[in-house]
Design a binder for this molecule. Structure first.
Ligand code: MF3
Ligand code: CO
Ligand code: CO
Length: 270
């Protein structure tokens, strides 16, 4: 059968997309990022995570997109919402947000076959200073990882940059979850680790599409998955944060597909 997938594969099994494919990723990324922008006003004390997911489901549909997570490995929601010590893959439901809760909302949409995957932090009410610092460090760690993206550098360089910074701030990088290749599929090679040694791992090439999505804990890095088979929490119950962008490698560096059109990727505390 004819292989209808785009581009070609490297020896490491990483797909190299064509210049024209960046436009599709930008469209998908923009839809996901716009939905996250529009969620800011809805994150308030008293709202349930299930209600937030309902709003997201409606916005995905209104955008003419499809949710990549509904039906993915049996998952039933358009978002993952991970509150406080939940590291990732929190299932939206009856949980009521209270003042000072911090949460990650992670949305992945499919637009014309292209996947846009992004997540960021929100606060219900006002965060305390430790929570605020955790979110800032996690955001900055993602951006340092993205600054490392350019042809010739390796995936280990990205992980090392993130780990070095996070640990210099006396916080820890989660090892149990990683970023991933994406494009016309949700999860593809490589595993994008958020820790590692410089110079190790596959070499970055122009045309690679992947996510970087570090999870950072105030305490120890260990996680466990709850009985629902999805919700990952810190073992020591410490606070956790995550930021995620989908990016593409250009000749000069990285293009971010999931930039916030409103410039509100990182919360600002008035
Ligand atoms: N969006 C998540 C990621 O960053 C994956 C969520 S899969 C789900 O890769 F099924 F939990 F939604
Ligand atoms: Co992802
Ligand atoms: Co995601």
């Amino acid at each position: 059968m004819k292989d209808r997938s785009r581009g070609h594969l490297t020896r490491d099994g990483i797909r190299i997309y064509e210049a024209a494919d960046f436009a599709g990723m930008h469209r998908a990324g923009r839809v996901a990022a716009t939905i996250l922008d529009e969620m800011i006003e809805h994150v308030v004390p008293g709202v349930t995570t299930g209600k937030l997911d309902e709003i997201i489901t409606a916005k995905v549909e209104a955008a003419g997109a499809r949710s990549a997570t509904i039906g993915y490995k049996g998952y039933r929601h358009a978002s993952c919402i991970s509150v406080n010590h939940v590291v990732c893959h929190g299932i939206p439901g009856d949980k009521v947000l209270k003042d000072g809760d911090i949460l990650n909302i992670d949305v992945t949409v499919i637009v014309d076959g292209w996947f846009g995957d992004t997540s960021r932090m929100y606060v219900a009410g006002r965060p305390n200073r430790r929570a605020e610092r955790l979110m800032q460090v996690t955001h900055d760690a993602l951006m340092l990882g993205i600054e490392t993206v350019k042809p010739g550098n390796t995936f280990g360089d990205i992980g090392a940059a993130i780990q070095r910074y996070v640990e210099s701030q006396r916080m820890s990088v989660v090892r149990d979850f990683c970023g991933h290749g994406l494009g016309q599929v949700f999860h593809a090679p490589p595993n994008v680790l958020h820790y590692g040694r410089p110079g190790t791992g596959a070499v970055l090439e122009e045309g690679m599409f992947f996510t970087i999505e570090p999870m950072v804990n105030l305490g120890r890095p260990q996680t466990k998955v709850l009985a629902d088979d999805w919700t990952a929490v810190t073992r020591d119950k410490s606070l956790s944060a995550q930021y995620e962008h989908s990016v593409g490698v250009t000749s000069r560096g990285a293009e971010i597909f999931t930039l916030s059109p409103a410039g509100k990727f990182h919360p600002t505390w008035g």
